[in-house]
Design a protein around this ligand. Structure first.
Ligand SMILES: Cc1cc2nc3c(=O)[nH]c(=O)nc-3n(C[C@H](O)[C@H](O)[C@H](O)COP(=O)(O)OP(=O)(O)OC[C@H]3O[C@@H](n4cnc5c(N)ncnc54)[C@H](O)[C@@H]3O)c2cc1C
Ligand SMILES: NC(=O)c1ccc[n+]([C@@H]2O[C@H](COP(=O)([O-])OP(=O)(O)OC[C@H]3O[C@@H](n4cnc5c(N)ncnc54)[C@H](O)[C@@H]3O)[C@@H](O)[C@H]2O)c1
Length: 473
């Protein structure tokens, strides 16, 4: 058995673990990272990147078809094989050489294998051959093990070899018929991708489509999925699943219907990767999400254990996990050096934006881009709000962007502070609009001052001016 010591040991080399280790080394400490699969994690190989690659070609094709002149130049359908090949290249054919080189260049030691806590500040790494290395952390251990697809206990489901988001992201062919259980972000994005790639898609959305976004945005996506030929069963739950000898999957629903498909994708949320990381050795329960304070420290354990990214359940998004990682890496360095910890609201060592300013883009057709609170969430939080809506299609930039551009914008204003607390856009290519909204919310820019932030003409961003005009000066 090999024994090594580092200032900081990070379990999990997803986007979050990599960023924690990087900040730690940049702060002058030593760091080791433990990874059991591919350096780069779920996001790079089975989540964000491959799924967006599956969606991008269809989105480009639709965009061309919405502009006369370009439309006439589009002479064929989507080439599914070329889309899958581009996806393969974007995930570097599931090889992590590039990310391993980056770790080396950043001065981070990589230990391949499964990491488990075995005592305070001690992580045991078991490699593929069963050999064990013991890593002792002088200052901190950071759990950045991410999450996995949650599988419900539906009779027959497991035996039917369902797809999780991984198989949907990494598929080598397009199933003729795809059934999807769930109506959230993965379900709607994959329904969009596979319908565009030629599958006949059925979605069983027990709790409706995208229940956590503004209703007007979810409704536009619902309508568009239907127009794309997706069969949407709202309020329907899968009650039993069976794959027959010919390979066909039969899904019986709570509404008494039977859906037949070649594959069934389960997309009902995530479970933390904490079942087998030795949580019991430090007094925690295996399989639980890790609850942390504002500096991402697992407070019940002492002052040395941190959890960042999906595993702490604050915001299951890559950009938000990386934001936490920057705070965690820096706070570990500050504490190790006895420097002042900046943990007040919006301080360097906390992730305040997780509370009220999380941006997210849902890459459906059309896209939804949102940040902060929905109108309903703001009301539930006890804020005195005013909601302003504007037809995105009426903006000059949108008219130019595409014929028949359909979209909607909403801003939610905190009337007591006269600042924006939430923004949602739905429409073609709205993804790039959202960062302006994030800056306005995080900066708590007063509405009076926002009038001086002039959007360029003729861009879709002019919707900002229209929203202000609708609010009144
Ligand atoms: C289909 C899908 C699409 C998504 N699309 C987006 C998107 O477009 N934008 C976005 O912001 N977010 C997206 N997400 C969410 C995003 O993937 C996660 O928020 C992000 O991957 C979390 O990063 P992480 O580093 O916390 O965890 P992960 O990326 O899950 O990385 C954790 C790493 O830890 C390793 N690990 C786990 N346990 C151990 C152990 N015991 N020992 C050693 N290594 C271990 C794993 O192998 C993995 O490499 C998507 C998620 C899914 C499922
Ligand atoms: N573009 C993006 O940013 C992006 C894309 C994909 C995934 N993600 C992240 O990955 C995470 C996982 O995505 P997801 O779609 O799996 O989860 P989700 O939380 O977005 O949606 C899960 C859906 O399943 C429903 N559901 C829950 N239990 C169910 C059950 N037993 N039967 C039927 N339906 C059930 C929920 O009501 C919800 O609508 C999300 O938190 C999201 O932040 C982000």
């Amino acid at each position: 058995m090999t024994e090594l010591a580092y200032d900081v040991v990070v379990i999990g080399a997803g986007p979050v673990g990599e960023n924690v280790a990087d900040r730690v080394v940049q702060g002058g400490l030593t760091a080791a990272i433990v990874e059991r699969e591919l350096v780069g994690g779920e996001c790079s190989y089975w989540a964000c990147m491959p799924t967006k690659a599956l969606l991008r070609s269809g989105s480009a094709l639709r965009a061309a078809r919405q502009v006369p002149g370009a439309r006439e130049a589009v002479t064929g359908d989507l080439d599914a094989a070329a889309v899958l090949a581009r996806r393969d290249s974007i995930v570097a054919n599931w090889r992590d050489d590039g990310q391993v080189s980056w770790l080396e260049s950043a001065g981070i030691a990589l230990h391949r294998g499964h990491g488990r806590l075995s005592a305070a500040k001690v992580v045991e790494v078991t490699d593929a051959d069963g050999a064990t290395t013991t890593l002792t952390a002088r200052h901190a251990v950071v759990v950045a093990t991410g999450s996995s697809s949650r599988m419900p206990d539906i009779p027959g489901l497991r035996a039917a070899a369902p797809w999780s988001s991984r198989e949907a992201a990494a598929a080598t062919s397009v199933p003729r018929r795809l059934a999807i259980i769930g109506g959230g972000v993965v379900a709607t994005e994959m329904a969009t991708a596979y319908a565009t790639l030629g599958s006949s898609v059925t979605v069983l959305a027990r709790d409706g489509v995208l229940p956590s976004v503004e209703r007007f945005a979810a409704e536009q996506v619902t309508q568009s999925l239907r127009e794309a030929g997706v069969s949407l069963h709202l309020d329907a739950e899968a009650v039993s699943v069976h794959r027959d000898d010919a390979g066909t999957v039969h899904v019986d629903t709570s509404q008494g219907e039977r859906v037949e498909a070649d594959e069934v994708l389960v997309a009902i949320g995530r479970t933390p990767n904490t079942q087998d990381i030795g949580l019991d050795t430090v007094g925690l329960t295996p399989g639980d999400w890790l609850t942390v304070d504002d500096t991402m420290r697992v407070v019940t354990v002492g002052d040395w254990l941190y959890a960042a990214g999906d595993v702490n359940r604050r915001a299951l998004l890559t950009h938000q996990g990386k934001y936490q990682a920057r705070a965690v890496g820096d706070v570990i360095v500050a504490r190790a050096k006895g420097e002042k910890v900046d943990d007040g609201r919006w301080g360097r060592h906390v992730a305040t934006a997780d509370e009220r300013a999380v941006p997210q883009v849902v890459f459906t057709d059309p896209e939804i881009a949102a940040v902060g609170l929905t109108a309903a969430a703001a009301e539930a939080a006890g804020l005195r709000t005013r909601v302003v809506d504007y037809n995105l299609g009426a903006v000059a930039g949108a008219t130019l962007h595409a014929d028949g551009y359909q979209g909607q914008a909403r801003m939610v204003v905190d009337e007591d502070r006269k600042v924006i607390v939430g923004v949602t856009f739905v429409g073609p290519d709205v993804a790039e609009l959202i960062h302006a909204a994030t800056v306005a919310i995080v900066g708590e820019v007063p509405l009076d001052r926002l009038w001086h932030a002039v959007p360029a003409y003729p861009t879709v961003s002019e919707v900002w001016l229209r929203l202000l005009e609708a609010y009144g000066r």
